[in-house]
Write a protein that binds this ligand. Structure first.
Ligand code: ZN
Length: 193
């Protein structure tokens, strides 16, 4: 066993860090750089095969992420985030992603494989923190906004309920502020629920 393997086995208690299996453990490297404890995850063969081959991904296997996404080790968080993004069309992974928190640096690292991007060029709306917005979400404004064609300024902190995504523009949502229907740039809002 290499010193890195030894450390990973210690960190994971000799279990797959994603699903908890202790079957045939391997190292999965999360970055294109020299292998280290800080960029690697110890995974079972089932997890490893599915991570590396998108056509064999079995959504039910990945229910385990509801536990492992809370792992304190960054590389485990990165892989959990990537798999949840891959499985997002299933619905439940999106709910877990909504709960999950990655610091900015870890998010950039996780997104480096393009896993968070939408395949078919589908438009994804994200708030100022990078959280994905959906129709019906509530947001607050994080900046005073001059509203084009209106006589008022939408104030920072104002809540906008039941937003609607502008379907062909990832930077825009629509909602009501002070009774007026306005278009708001996603970068100036923060999702509240
Ligand atoms: Zn596993």
């Amino acid at each position: 066993m290499t010193p890195i393997e030894k450390k990973l086995y210690d960190r994971s208690d000799s279990k797959c860090e994603l699903c908890g299996s202790n079957d045939d453990l391997r190292i999965h490297l999360t970055k294109e750089e020299a292998i280290s404890v800080d960029n690697s995850v110890l995974v079972c063969t089932t997890c490893k095969n599915q991570i590396e081959n998108t056509t064999t991904t079995d959504p039910n296997h990945w229910r385990c992420l509801s536990d492992s996404m809370w792992n304190e080790n960054k590389p485990v968080q990165v892989v959990a985030w990537r798999m949840l993004n891959r499985l997002r069309p299933e619905g439940w992974p999106q709910d877990l992603l909504d709960m999950m928190y990655l610091d900015e640096e870890t998010l950039v690292w996780a997104a480096a494989t393009g896993e968070g991007e939408d395949e078919e060029g589908k438009i994804v709306h994200k708030d100022g923190n990078g959280n994905i917005l959906k129709d019906g979400d509530s947001v607050v404004l994080i900046k005073d906004l001059d509203v084009k064609g209106a006589t008022f300024t939408a104030k920072r902190g104002a809540a906008v309920h039941n937003i609607k995504l502008v379907w062909d523009n990832a930077d825009q949502i629509e909602g009501r502020v002070e009774g007026q229907h306005i278009v708001i740039l996603t970068q100036y809002v923060k999702k509240t629920k």
